[in-house]
Write a protein that binds this ligand. Sequence first.
Ligand SMILES: [Zn+2]
Length: 325
Amino acid sequence: MIHLHDVVKKYKEMYSELGRDLSREEFITAGISDWAIRKYGGIKGIKQKAAIEELPPPIPEELKEPKILLLDIETSPLIVYTFDLFDQNIGLNQILRDWYVMSWSAKWLGSPPEQIMYADCRENIGDDTGLLSQIWQLIDEADIIIGQNSKRFDEKKLMARFIIKGFPPPSSYRSVDTLEVAKRVAKFTSNKLAYTTDKLCTKFKKLDHGKYAGFELWRACEAGDEGAWTEMAQYNRYDVLSLEEYYLKLRPFDKKHPNLNVFSDSFTNKCLCGSVQFTKHNRPAYENRAIYDRYICNNCGAEYKDKSYNLLSKEKRSSLKELIL
Ligand SMILES: [Zn+2]
C-alpha cells in the first residue's frame, strides 16, 4: 500500500515542475493509482495535504532568506478508564483512546496577518493524518521553527505522531522556543503566554476564553460542536499572531539565536531585526583570550562582535596566565 506521504510528495514534485495544478489523469499516468487518489481524499484532498496553497510564492534567489515558521498545535485529551479522580496512576490497558493532533496554526515570520494558516480535523474527528501531512510539509520547508514550549511539546508531539503514522523524518531545522528563551534571559512573574503577551504585546495579546471555558472547549470540539471549532480556530490563530509579536520582543535579548546571515549568500551583515545599520561601540568586547570590535544595531540594540580580527596581540596573548578551573 502506498503511503499518504509518498502520494503527497509526488504531487508536490509534479506541482513545482509544472507550476500548476495536476489533473487526475496526469497523476495516474505518473504512477499513482486511482485507488490511492481516492483513499487520500482525491486530487483536491491531496493538494490540501501538500499544504501547497499555504506556501507563499517562491522567493527570488537573490533575496533568499531563511524560512522561519511560527507554529502552534492543539492536541486532544486521552480518554481513559479510571476508578477515582485524585492522584491516579493510569495503566496502559486503561487507555480507551490515545491523543491525536486536533488543529494547527502556523505563519511564516513577517508575512501579513491574513496569511496565517490554520487547519483542524472537524470534518474527521479523531483522524489527524491529513493535518500531519500538512504540518510535515511546512516543517520540511522551514529553516527555523519558533514556538512557545515547542521544543518540549509541539515538536516532540508531532514527531511521535509522524513516527506512528509512518512519515519519514522532516528535513532538519533549528528551533527557537520562546519559553526557553524567556527563562534563560529574564525572570518574568510568569512565563505563560497569557502573562507575557499581556505585558509585552500591543497588537495581539492572548485571547481570554469566550463561550467555552477551559476543558469545555476540547470536550465540545470532540462532540462536533461547530461553535467550539470556530473558537478553537480563533484561539489557535491568535496564539500564533501573539507568539510572533512576543518572539520579536524577546529576540534582541537572545544571545543564542541562530545567526540568520549564514543562510544568505550576501556579504552584507544583517541584524536579526533586518537592519543593516550598525554603530561601532566605543568599548570593544573583552573575552578571556581575545578582544573584538563591538557593533550595536541601530534599530533594535542587539550586539555583535567582529570575530574576523583579534585585537589582542599575539605577544599579549602568549603572556596571559589563566585561572585553573
Ligand atoms: Zn537589530
